[in-house]
Structures are given as C-alpha cells and as structure tokens.
Design a binder for this molecule. Structure first.
Ligand SMILES: Cc1cc2nc3c(=O)[nH]c(=O)nc-3n(C[C@H](O)[C@H](O)[C@H](O)COP(=O)(O)OP(=O)(O)OC[C@H]3O[C@@H](n4cnc5c(N)ncnc54)[C@H](O)[C@@H]3O)c2cc1C
Length: 393
C-alpha cells in the first residue's frame, strides 16, 4: 500500500483511485478516514445514504465503562479508549472549530436489589486494581442518598447508589459533524458499495463506477454483515445481526453537569442546552427499523419515575436505529478471509461511541500491516468466525 502526501483523490479514466477506501459514514468509518489522512494517506469514504444515516446519527451518546470485575483484554481496550477520548475530542474540536458536547459526567447506578449492595462494594475493590484511581483519578463510590435533589428519586435506589467518574457523554450528531468537517470533501454520499472484485482489488459502486483502492475497509455498521454475506456466499447472520434501539430527546432545564443514570437497561443522559436523552430498547425482532412505538413511551415514563425532574418534559425527538452486533458480540476487526486488501471494522454494538477512535486505529493498522498486535483476541474476525462455526457445528 502506498503512502501519499497529497490530499485529494485521483480520477483516472473515469475511475476513482485512493490509498484507503472506507465503506460507511458512521462514527467508525469517519474515524478510520480521519486517522488515515493524518497518516498521510489519500482516504475516501463511500456512504450509501448520508453521513450519520446509520446508528451513529442517534441521540443518546452515553460512554459507559464495562464493570470492573473479571477484567480482560476487551475491558482494558475500552478502558484505554474511554481514558483517551477526552483528549482526542479536544483535538478534533480545535481542528473542526466546533464542539462535540463531550463531558466526563460520570454515572449513577441505583442499587435496586439487596444483593446489589454487596456487589457494588466488591466492584469498588476491583476498581482499585483495574482503574488505577491514584493515577487516573477515576473513582467508584457507594452512596446512600441521591447524588443531588432526587437525581435519582430516593425510591428508585432502595439499596443505595453507585457514583463512578469514568463514564462520559457526547452529542452523537455534533461529534459526527466535527469528524465530517475534518475529512472535508473526501466523502461520497448517496452511493453504495455493491461488490468487490478480488482479482483487481477494486470496488464497484451502485452508480456503476469502480474505485481502485490500496485497501478497502468495510465499516458499514449492520450493512457490513450483508456485504460479508454476499462476498463469502453465506447468510449475513453468520457474521452478525442488527439490534434495534429506540431513544428520545427531552427538553428539561436540569443543568448539564449531572451524571448520567443507568438502571435495568434505561439510560438517562443529560446533554447541553437543557436536553436530556432517554433510551433505549433492545429489539431483535421488529417490522420497521426506523419506527418508534409504545416501548419508547414506557421508557420515557420510567425515566420520569427515576428522575422526577423529567416528568412531563416536552419530547423534542423520537428516534430509532440498528446497532451492529457481530456474531461473537465484541467488535469485529480484520482482513476478510480469502482477500488481501479488504478488511472489516464493525460490531461496536452498545459501546461504539466510546471506542470508535481506538477501533479505527486498530483497523488502520490492519489495513497497513495486515494485522494489529494490540487487538483483543475476541475482536479478531477469525475468532468471530471460529466461534460462529463451532456454534453451527
Ligand atoms: C437507540 C440506540 C442507542 C444507542 N446508544 C448508544 C450509546 O449511548 N453509546 C454508544 O456508544 N453507542 C450507542 N448505540 C450504538 C451506536 O450508535 C452504534 O454501535 C454505532 O453508531 C455504530 O457505528 P458504525 O459506524 O459501526 O455504524 P453506523 O453508524 O450504522 O454507520 C454505518 C454506515 O454505513 C452505511 N452503509 C451501510 N451499507 C453500506 C453500503 N453497502 N455502501 C455504503 N455505505 C453503507 C450506512 O448508511 C451507515 O451510514 C446506540 C444505538 C441505538 C440504536
């Protein structure tokens, strides 16, 4: 793969050519393109609709750490990603000249059952080992009263409350807009990846043109599983699935400094400008991926019970989208079997926003070197496919 210092893609004989083609204009694809350009590569993003028209164009933006027990390489990967994201966002904001609504707001975890109190205390001890509090400043504290004026309602925390300070939040749409701005004109929208010619290493798009790329990364969210299925003549479900989620944006002037609250699948995420995001459902069966329904109404109602300041708040927007969940549940990154210059980076599922920049760095390493040494075993495409094969067998 050639490194070039010029910054625009080349058009020769009506064909586009570039060093790195990224398929998909979501948070993962945009980060890959950004890092590739920083490394001096000519990058191009191919997006079948518009940037952010997939799961990344949503509302919630919770950046929630994994629990500290049973620590493993996947949890360490996310911890490093969450620890470094604030600096990365700051650099991005400076470059783009716009803000992303990022704040390390922390998280409150109401303890709803008796055994949660013991578990929270054990986790507090685990945090001492794996979050390195004396160096990082991240803490995990068990409280017996709300963090602040019924945030959350005392009735919602019968066995206390955990307050941890590693979690953060970001505005998904502002984050995407900033990423887009730094990538500039190297995004082609309303044009889809149709097929990959293994002989020539070229991509044919929905408009019939070919793109010659030194390397192509499929970062097409749930669309990645369809692309892999077609290329490898298998059902897309052999690579991953789409899990629908619904969320809402409420108007509530509660201040934007409050920690997000998470309990039993319900997220309440205070953002800037008197906006609070509430989510999210996890649906494996659905008729219409983009439709919101009574399940979201119930979440909004639960949010009001959990945080009374949200009762009766005006609903500014309701939104639904599809999360990419790879077959092995963890992110899926690596060279597509049977190819040399085609790889995939998807499957961030519920935690993509906190790790996209680190997923992208790994994907770029794969594109440049064929592998990425620091990638957790469970993220590697071959691990996913072996797991899927053994499940099938
Ligand atoms: C309701 C809900 C709430 C969520 N909340 C959070 C949260 O709080 N925190 C968090 O971290 N994550 C959250 N997620 C998950 C997160 O949004 C996703 O995991 C993430 O956005 C996936 O990013 P991506 O770039 O992999 O895919 P996407 O954002 O889906 O981007 C893929 C892009 O590829 C394009 N594409 C597809 N096929 C093709 C093709 N053939 N050719 C060209 N382009 C193609 C699509 O149009 C799309 O724009 C939530 C998801 C939902 C649905």
């Amino acid at each position: 793969m050639t490194h070039r210092s010029d910054t625009s893609y080349t058009i020769a004989d009506g064909h586009l050519s570039c060093d790195l083609l990224v398929v998909g204009g979501g948070v993962v694809g945009l980060w890959i393109a950004r890092l590739a350009m920083q490394a001096g590569l000519e990058a191009l993003v191919l997006e079948r609709r518009r940037v952010g028209s997939g799961a990344s164009g949503g509302l919630l933006g919770a950046l929630m750490p994994h629990m500290p027990e049973r620590w493993n390489p996947k949890k360490q990967f996310q911890f490093e990603a969450l620890s470094s994201l604030g600096n990365e966002v700051e650099k991005l904001e400076d470059e783009a000249g716009m803000t992303c609504g990022y704040r390390r707001c922390g998280r409150l975890l109401p303890l709803t059952r008796a055994h949660h109190a013991g578990l929270a205390a054990e986790r507090s001890a685990d945090v001492g080992t794996v979050w390195h509090p004396s160096e990082t400043g991240f803490s995990w504290q068990v409280l017996d009263a709300p963090y602040k004026d019924a945030w959350p309602d005392p009735a919602a925390m019968p066995h206390g409350l955990v307050h941890e300070t590693l979690a953060a939040r970001i505005s998904p749409r502002r984050y995407l807009a900033a990423l887009r701005k730094t990538i500039g004109s190297r995004i082609i929208e309303d044009e889809a990846f149709e097929r990959f010619d293994r002989e020539t290493g070229t991509v044919v798009t929905s408009s019939g043109r070919t793109i010659r790329a030194g390397h192509t990364v499929i970062a097409a969210g749930t669309g990645s599983f369809e692309i892999l299925g077609t290329m490898l003549s298998q059902e897309p479900s052999g690579f991953g699935s789409a899990v629908k989620g619904q969320a809402a944006l409420l108007k509530a002037d509660i201040g934007d400094e409050l920690p997000l609250v998470f309990v039993d699948g319900l997220y309440v995420v205070p953002h800037e400008d008197g906006r609070v995001a509430v989510g999210s459902t996890s649906e494996t069966k659905f008729d219409d991926a983009a439709k919101t329904d009574g399940q979201l109404d119930r979440l909004i109602e639960r949010a009001g019970d959990l945080c009374p300041a949200l009762r009766g708040a005006v609903v500014l927007e309701r939104w639904a989208g599809l999360r990419p969940k790879a077959i092995g549940r963890d992110p899926m990154i690596g060279i597509v079997p049977g190819t040399r210059n085609l790889s995939v980076a998807t499957g961030g599922f519920k935690i993509t926003f906190g790790i996209a920049h680190k997923m992208a760095a790994s994907a770029l390493e794969v594109a440049l070197n064929g592998h990425c040494g620091g990638l957790p075993e469970s993220f590697r495409i071959d691990t996913h496919l072996t797991k899927a094969g053994s499940k099938a067998g």
